[in-house]
Ligand binder design. Structure first.
Ligand code: ARG
Length: 465
């Protein structure tokens, strides 16, 4: 078919070259944003006297109809068009004739696609933010219910000191809270309108860029037309933030997979989020957690891909930038899917508090506290460390915990031990004495929860577009 740029060509595009160049298969994803942008452009053209009131009304009505027809399925977006921009314009001209040919006045597909991509990613930032908030609310609930659920805290995947499930989950609360913050920062920086930048050098029409920016809920117009059509920083920033979300989800999934194993049995993933084996009847596998962990790779891939695509591009627009779309769309859909899955999985997951406590007890996680007890009785820390080390060795040989020794036995290692040692090294006491800001002790955790509650009560002021 005739191309919208066909005037200076004497020959049709090679069929394969045409297909190679076309983007309609994926840029149709933002057909609504394309129409929304065109409508703002038309209203501005009318306000500036570049289109008459009647022309703009005719175009606006038809654009709304096209949008409704695509949504209802009455109008199919087909591959005979190069991209979504050509499709909308061609249908418009087909339906209203010559007036439709005025839509593209003072505009290039370069600023048009820059606008569409911004509108699309801006909306997706809002959706992703909502999913993150739901996840944070779920984590908050688990924390609230598990302030006394003692479990081992690990370093090097070796049991280290006792913490609580609330405290462990609270670490992820902080991560996902920062993820939201990153999305908000990106939104603030990207929320400027590139429309009116033209192909690269603005236009000679008296466009009111402030007006289109306002119409489309941007903070204002972008300030350099060459940058406007060639900037994909916000895509890179978004993919970086999405990669970080996936990294956090993946770390949590890794822990859940371990905790769900028979060796740990700290948790049991609900049947609704587990799968079976085709050969081994006893199996219940944590596939959802594994898939979330696995999908992290493709989101990182999108980030590396766009960074590489952009690195050698001279100003201003280059067709290479068309490659930003598929991977970004896929990364956004992947992250949204993973967030929803993950939230459902942990909201229904069962925590085995008794197994966690038992594991903390068996792992000498109170050894530091036992040493601190001796320090409190005047033993220098280095000596106390050595004494407790010897006690641990003995306990390991006998397969018992420090608190299973009698006072007399403890006193054979150091006479400074007294009856109150048992209270001092009980797991609950070890946790509850950790009261500095950010520590797992109950009071400290209650303070943290109060701050998180206040944070969750705030709504992100960004308008939903
Ligand atoms: N499909 C193109 C893209 O995504 C639209 C812009 C085309 N501009 C051009 N000068 N060929 O980048």
């Amino acid at each position: 078919m005739a191309q919208l740029w066909g005037g200076r060509f004497t020959k049709d595009t090679d069929e394969l070259a045409y297909a190679f160049n076309a983007s309609i298969l994926f840029d149709q994803k933002f057909f609504k944003q394309d129409i929304e942008g065109s409508k703002a452009h038309v209203r501005m053209l009318a306000a500036q006297g570049i289109l008459t009131g009647q022309e703009s009304e005719e175009i606006l009505t038809c654009l709304d109809e096209i949008c409704a027809d695509v949504e209802s399925g009455a109008l199919a977006i087909t591959e005979e068009y190069e991209d979504i921009h050509s499709f909308v314009e061609a249908v418009l001209i087909d339906r209203i004739g010559d007036t439709g040919k005025k839509l593209h006045t003072g505009r290039s597909r370069n600023d048009q696609v820059a606008l569409d991509m911004r509108l699309y990613t801006r909306l997706e930032i809002c959706y992703t933010d909502l999913l993150l908030k739901e996840l944070l609310e779920t984590l908050y609930k688990i924390m609230e219910e598990n302030l006394d659920t003692v479990m081992p805290g690990f370093t090097h995947l070796q049991k280290a000191q006792p913490v609580t499930l609330a405290h462990h989950v609270g670490a992820y609360f902080e991560m996902f809270r920062r993820d939201r913050g990153r999305l908000h920062d990106i939104y603030e920086r990207m929320n400027y309108c590139p429309l009116g930048a033209g192909a690269l050098a603005g236009t000679t029409y008296p466009l009111d860029r402030e007006l289109t920016a306002k119409e489309l809920d941007f903070y204002g117009p972008t300030l350099n037309s060459m940058d406007s059509v060639s900037d994909r920083d916000y895509v890179i920033e978004l993919l970086s933030a999405l990669s970080t979300i996936m990294m956090h989800l993946s770390r949590f999934c890794e822990e859940i997979i371990l905790w769900n194993s028979d060796e740990y049995r700290f948790v049991e993933i609900d049947d609704a989020y587990s799968t079976g084996s085709s050969i081994m009847p006893q199996k219940k596998n944590p596939d959802i957690a594994e898939l979330v962990r696995g999908k992290t790779g493709r989101v990182y891939g999108a980030l590396v891909s766009i960074l590489t695509t952009m690195k050698g591009l001279p100003l201003a627009y280059n067709k290479d930038m068309q490659e930003d779309k598929e991977l970004t769309f896929d990364a956004i859909d992947t992250v949204k899917g993973c967030l929803a899955m993950f939230t459902g999985m942990i909201a229904t997951m069962h925590f085995h508090a008794d197994r966690m406590r038992e594991s903390a007890k068996r792992g000498f996680t109170n050894a530091t506290d036992a040493a601190d007890y001796l320090v409190g009785r005047g033993v220098p820390f280095r000596d106390a460390h050595g004494i407790i080390g010897q006690i641990v060795l003995t306990c390991m040989e006998r397969g018992i915990a420090i608190e299973d020794l009698t006072l007399e036995e403890l006193q054979t290692f150091c006479p400074a031990f007294e009856e109150d040692v048992f209270d001092a090294i009980s797991l609950d006491a070890c946790v509850d004495r950790r009261l500095t800001i950010g520590a797992p002790g109950r009071e400290a955790m209650e303070q943290a929860l109060a701050a998180q509650r206040a944070y969750l009560a705030e709504d992100w002021p960004a308008k939903e577009h």
